[in-house]
Design a protein around this ligand. Sequence first.
Ligand code: ARG
Length: 601
Amino acid sequence: LILASKVQSVSTMAKEEQNVGNVKQQLAKLFESALNATVPNEPDVEPLVAACTAKFGDYQCNNAMGLWSKIKGKQNEFKGPPAVGQAIMRNLPQSEMVESCSVAGPGFVNVVLSKNWIAKSLQKMLIDGIDTWAPRLAIKRAVVDFSSPNIAKEMHVGHLRSTIIGDTLARMLEFSHVEVLRRNHVGDWGTQFGMLIEFLFEKFPNWEDVTETAVGDLQAFYKASKQRFDSDPEFKEKAQKAVVRLQGGEERYRKAWAQICEISRNEFNRVYQCLGVHIEEKGESFYNPYIPEVLKELTSKNLVEDSQGARVIFIEGFNIPLIVVKSDGGFNYASTDLAALWYRLNEEKADWIIYVTDVGQQQHFDMVFRAAKRAGWFPAEDNTYPKASHVGFGLVLGEDGKRFRTRNTEVVRLVDLLDEAKSRSKTALIDRGKDVEWSEEELEQTAEAVGYGAVKYADLKNNRLTNYTFNFDQMLNDKGNTAVYLLYAHARICSIIRKSGKDVEELKNTGTIVLDHADERALGLHLLQFSEIVEEGCTNLLPNVLCEYLYNLSENFTRFYSNCQVVGSAEETSRLLLCEATATVMRKCFHLLGIVPVYKI
Ligand code: ARG
């Protein structure tokens, strides 16, 4: 009952808060009144507005056909869909946004936007700031569960993908005024800790003073303890007892556990620091105390049943059940996720809970979400909140087309990977003489921005569901769809502005943008579409749409710059402002992608 009152439809809230940056939304509002005037007896027609792919206009309204099939049996004055389209066009309210309209084919209403209006909107953004273009989403608070490596085990490239994708989604949502709880759901609970703790005691009698350096590589430590566990029955028994003592809260065991977690945490933090990722740890152990109550609730709702000594939830459409209590009485990954979901809904009051893991965990999340739905934690309809979404992603492949691994070790250490990207980009900068031209600090910072940016962008530009091949040469190429190319494009625009010798801050208030040349207009329109692209990226949880937008922006700019002289032309002021608007939008894209912009090349 309490949950039910929280349920809000996406569209009702979207109407309350209009976003000035979103062209599509503003046109939809105009078409809404056109539709009301055209078919007053059909009050609930949602306007369908989309950017045009054809050359008839910039945007189109696609309601005529659907509307026709709705009204054709009933009494009406129309002969067919094109006539409905004509009427919608006639009823479109006067607006400074619109230059002209036409009806095409079976009733599409095409809109050509006014170039003066586009220019004015850009200018307003330059003065008021790009945050005025932030999308307005229908939710207040989201949990993004990402990165989430396992203590003492390797943090592999899958975790890198989760970290990069999750961070970008969080950034896009934060930009869109959503409060985001960035959650690191680390695997810090489970039976492996018995073995790790006993091994720690054995190897380091003075374990309380042991630091990272003494343990060395925690992965190697894990492997060694596993070997001991598998080969020595006496050790194995001790380890199994240790789990019970740990979970029973015995002081010495809790302390050793915390120590191991801390060592891992330091390792993870190095990666987060390189990547500029902020994340808050609430590991599996945190939810452990909530599990019994949550299972009690699910049991009382008749969801949980006995099966071969275990307690399970059967879910329609799946041939295996979700195990929530193992046959030895212990809890598992699924019981933890159910408790975490309960906590996020009821304690953290999240409207949208987003999980970023490889697609291999899709079924697990499908089942957890379905169980939650059966328990009444989520509304029955799909497009209402609260809601949970699994953001799956594909594999990172090596040159051999197999799962990415280095030659000698089995897994790629993420810190090494990032270090290499940085050092390669540094070498490229030195080859171009930048070590002479720049200070050591500038060189270092640029190498970092370019190197880390390249790794992130190479990941984010793909549709997340597809596998991609990790290739340093490709991602660090300064041509093609890479971060390097884009960062350089941005730096070049900054240098055009610098070299003009003009004060753009002053021009923003004194100058006027004019979009007479076709390439100026195309660039202006593309800039104006930033907001709806971010909104689309948020709604569909797809960072690649933002990458595609950014790449196209850069191409639009190149076309403009090769066909329109900027410095020294009669249109210099307007064109400098267009350069500034492009640089501003590019920087916001970089920011949302977690890439640090560079200003010099
Ligand atoms: N630790 C898990 C892994 O490495 C990912 C956890 C994802 N989040 C969750 N709530 N299950 O695969």
